[in-house]
Design a binder for this molecule. Structure first.
Ligand SMILES: Cc1cc2nc3c(=O)[nH]c(=O)nc-3n(C[C@H](O)[C@H](O)[C@H](O)COP(=O)(O)OP(=O)(O)OC[C@H]3O[C@@H](n4cnc5c(N)ncnc54)[C@H](O)[C@@H]3O)c2cc1C
Length: 423
């Protein structure tokens, strides 16, 4: 067996997977002075060309990393998020994102995925992270000194600790659970196009969400408003019938047939050569196996209704690095057992809450008939400035279980992070 890299310089931490989760964790650990190597299966580091919403619990961390200004230059800072009914376009509820920034101290942003991924990639390069491609990891084992990984072509690498950020189909997750991805029978279509191609008036000061029976449609601007990002999600009748070939473009058109013109006009722009069947997994509360730990979608792939998947991955890396720093001895060595224990004490419960809430949120968005009308009545009654349903998500990321706020209750946001509350 040969080593994974030509230099074979030893790393303190190996990270498997160079998505947003893996790279952000690599940067977080490298800025603590650790030697970090990322092992990515693809030939090049990269992300799909569509948008991401990043809420204050993420922009707070980007600010801590010194990366928020770059993200702001590349993204869009919308003024409001508006939820409407996809059948009649009636407004149901809204968030004032300017007030939201005042409340949490950090902005709500939308950004191209490849731009956010690129920010972390450049930050990793600057921080001296060893970035290795063409390394598909198929095996993991704990060793006396740490943990070892084996690639598809038989190469090995070893470090004090291995972080598996290898996504929904994580190989490492098999060490901890025999579960499988859970199909939602919903499928997502995406489009990110120059704004001139929109073919309609689009208000890019909004993140717009239309919720409808068995479907929803999201749009917002990217790259300072040069691009329009759209996501169209629907439940596939073929998936429900157990057919293998599900989520096809004919199903997309049928799913949005009864929606309002504001939505239908957008559907014609969707990419039709690729679609994303939506899977999550049941929450698991054990993420650590000796010196091997899960991070990001490998640990907690959600349905995307709360737009927190990438954010949770970024939070994982931030929490891990903060605990590594807190468990550093005078000689510079890290107590990894204590670090991973502290990480596992706080992150699984938070992510479990997000995963289960995302499932419930999806059901609420996709209601039909009387239930849809009841939902609309309740959403219309919500005060724009009632933050009780998001405080537990958008507030400061907890480092300990004691810091994790209760769900759906207003929390005191009196920390140094908060620049001032309006209400
Ligand atoms: C339609 C849609 C919209 C979404 N919108 C949002 C949003 O607005 N906000 C948000 O926060 N989240 C959103 N998400 C969720 C978010 O995209 C994911 O949660 C996030 O990208 C997960 O990042 P990750 O790095 O953990 O995993 P991934 O992005 O899956 O990265 C895993 C990496 O590991 C590599 N890899 C896999 N297996 C191996 C192996 N064996 N060896 C080596 N490398 C390997 C892969 O090539 C990949 O680079 C959305 C998801 C979808 C589907």
């Amino acid at each position: 067996m040969s080593d994974m890299t030509a230099s074979a310089s030893p790393a303190d931490v190996l990270i498997v997977g160079g998505g947003i989760g893996g790279l952000s964790a690599a940067f977080a650990l490298a800025r603590e002075g650790l030697r970090v190597r990322v092992l990515e299966q693809a030939r090049e580091f990269g992300e799909v060309g569509a948008g991401l919403q990043i809420a204050p619990n993420c922009t707070r961390i980007l600010s801590d990393y010194g990366l928020l200004d770059e993200a702001k230059r590349l993204g869009v800072l919308p003024k409001s998020m508006v939820m409407r009914d996809a059948v009649d376009d009636a407004e149901l509820t809204r968030l004032d994102l300017t007030d939201l920034e005042r409340r949490y101290g950090f902005p709500y942003m939308v950004i191209h995925r490849s731009d956010l991924h690129g920010i972390f990639l450049r930050a990793c390069r600057t921080a001296g992270v060893d970035l290795v491609t063409d390394a598909r990891i198929v095996g993991y084992e704990n060793t006396e000194a740490g943990a070892r990984v084996v690639s598809e072509d038989g190469r090995t690498d070893e470090a004090r600790v291995v972080i598996a950020a290898d996504g929904l189909h994580s190989v490492a997750r098999g060490l901890l659970s025999d579960d499988e991805p859970v199909s939602s029978s919903y499928v997502a279509y995406r489009a990110a196009v120059p704004i001139e191609q929109a073919g309609r008036d689009v208000d890019l000061s909004e993140v717009s969400v239309h919720v409808g029976p068995g479907c929803h449609f999201v749009h917002y601007g990217l790259r300072g408003g040069e691009m329009l990002n759209q996501v169209a999600v629907f439940q596939s009748p073929k998936a429900l019938a157990g057919e293998a070939d599900w989520g096809t473009p004919d199903e997309l058109d049928a799913a949005f047939d009864a929606t309002c013109p504001e939505v239908k006009d957008g559907i014609s722009l969707m990419w039709r050569d690729r679609w994303w069947r939506m899977f999550d997994r049941d929450p698991i509360m054990t993420w650590v196996h000796g010196n091997i730990a899960l991070l990001g979608d490998a640990a907690h792939p959600p349905l995307q209704y709360m737009a927190q998947g990438a954010i949770m991955a970024i939070e994982d890396g931030w929490v891990l690095a903060r605990h590594a720093a807190a468990h550093r001895a005078e000689d510079g060595s890290i107590d990894w057992r204590a670090t991973l224990t502290a990480y596992e004490a706080v992150r699984p419960e938070h992510c479990r809450r997000v995963l289960t809430t995302a499932r419930a949120w999806g059901e609420l968005w996709h209601l039909d008939g009387l239930a849809r009308l009841q939902r609309n009545t309740l959403l219309r009654a919500r005060d724009t400035y009632d933050y009780s349903f998001i405080d537990w998500i958008y507030g400061p990321t907890a480092l300990t279980p004691e810091e994790e706020p209760p769900m759906f209750a207003p929390i005191p946001l009196g920390s140094a992070d908060i620049s001032g509350l309006t209400r």
